[in-house]
Design a protein around this ligand. Structure first.
Ligand code: IMP
Length: 189
C-alpha cells in the first residue's frame, strides 16, 4: 500500500481530469489574450501553483513571461491565520503589462486580496486571477476570479502542488486529506 493511502481519504481529480481542465483553461486564456503583441506575464504563487503553472504555461498558445512570488500562508497548520507576508517579490516591473496571477487554490481569499492590492499599486495594464481550485465555503473577502478550474468542498485537499505541512505536493492527483490528520495536528498545538 502506498504511504499516501493512509492519510488521503478520497481522490477528487485524477491526472487525466486535471490535464483536460488545464487545457480548457489554457484555450480560454490564449483566446482572451491573443490580440496583444506583448507577452502575458504569468505570476505563479509559490509553492502551491508550481505544477499548475508549469502545465498551464506549456498549454498556452500565446507568448508568456513567467514570474514567481512567494507569500506566507498556512505554515504547518490547515487554517489561514489571515496574516500575509511577502517572502519573494517579482524580478521585474509589471507597469503597463498584462498580468495573470496563477494560484493553486482560493480559500478565505485573504492571500489574493493582499496580492491584488499589492500588484495593483504597480499599475499593470490589466490584472486578472486564474486559480485551479476554488473553495468558496470559507471565503471572507470577495475575489474577482477570471479563470477557475474546479470548485472544491470545504475539505483540506492536497496533491498537484498543494501541501499539508510541505508534504504531498508531488502527488499526481488532487485528494482529500483525512480530517484526523489535522485535528491531531491542532490537538498538538
Ligand atoms: P487563502 O488566503 O485562505 O485563500 O489561502 C490561500 C492559500 O492557502 C493557498 O494558496 C494554499 O497555499 C493554502 N490552502 C488553502 N486551502 C488549502 C487546502 O485545502 N489545501 C492546501 N492548501 C490550502
Amino acid at each position: 500500500m502506498a504511504r499516501w493511502q493512509e492519510e488521503i481519504q478520497a481522490i477528487l481529480f485524477g491526472p487525466d481530469v486535471i490535464r483536460e481542465k488545464v487545457e480548457v483553461l489554457a484555450r480560454q486564456i490564449s483566446a482572451d489574450y491573443c490580440t496583444s503583441a506583448e507577452p502575458l506575464v504569468l505570476v505563479g504563487i509559490l509553492k502551491g501553483s508550481l505544477f499548475f503553472l508549469a502545465d498551464l504555461a506549456r498549454a498556452l498558445s500565446i507568448p508568456v513571461e513567467i514570474e514567481l512570488m512567494a507569500i506566507s500562508s498556512y505554515g504547518a497548520a490547515t487554517r489561514s491565520s489571515g496574516a500575509v507576508r511577502l517572502l519573494k517579490d517579482l524580478d521585474t516591473s509589471i507597469a503597463d503589462r498584462r498580468v495573470l496571477i496563477v494560484e493553486d487554490i482560493v480559500d478565505t481569499g485573504l492571500t489574493l486580496s493582499y496580492l491584488l492590492r499589492n500588484l495593483r499599486e504597480r499599475k499593470p495594464h490589466s490584472l486578472e486571477v486564474c486559480t485551479l481550485l476554488d473553495k468558496p465555503a470559507r471565503r471572507c473577502v470577495d475575489i474577482p476570479i477570471s479563470y477557475s478550474g474546479f470548485v472544491v468542498p470545504d475539505e483540506f485537499v492536497v496533491g498537484y502542488g498543494l501541501d499539508w505541512d510541505q508534504r504531498y505536493r508531488n502527488l499526481p492527483f488532487i485528494g482529500v486529506l483525512k480530517p484526523e490528520c489535522y485535528t491531531l495536528e491542532a490537538g498538538e498545538g
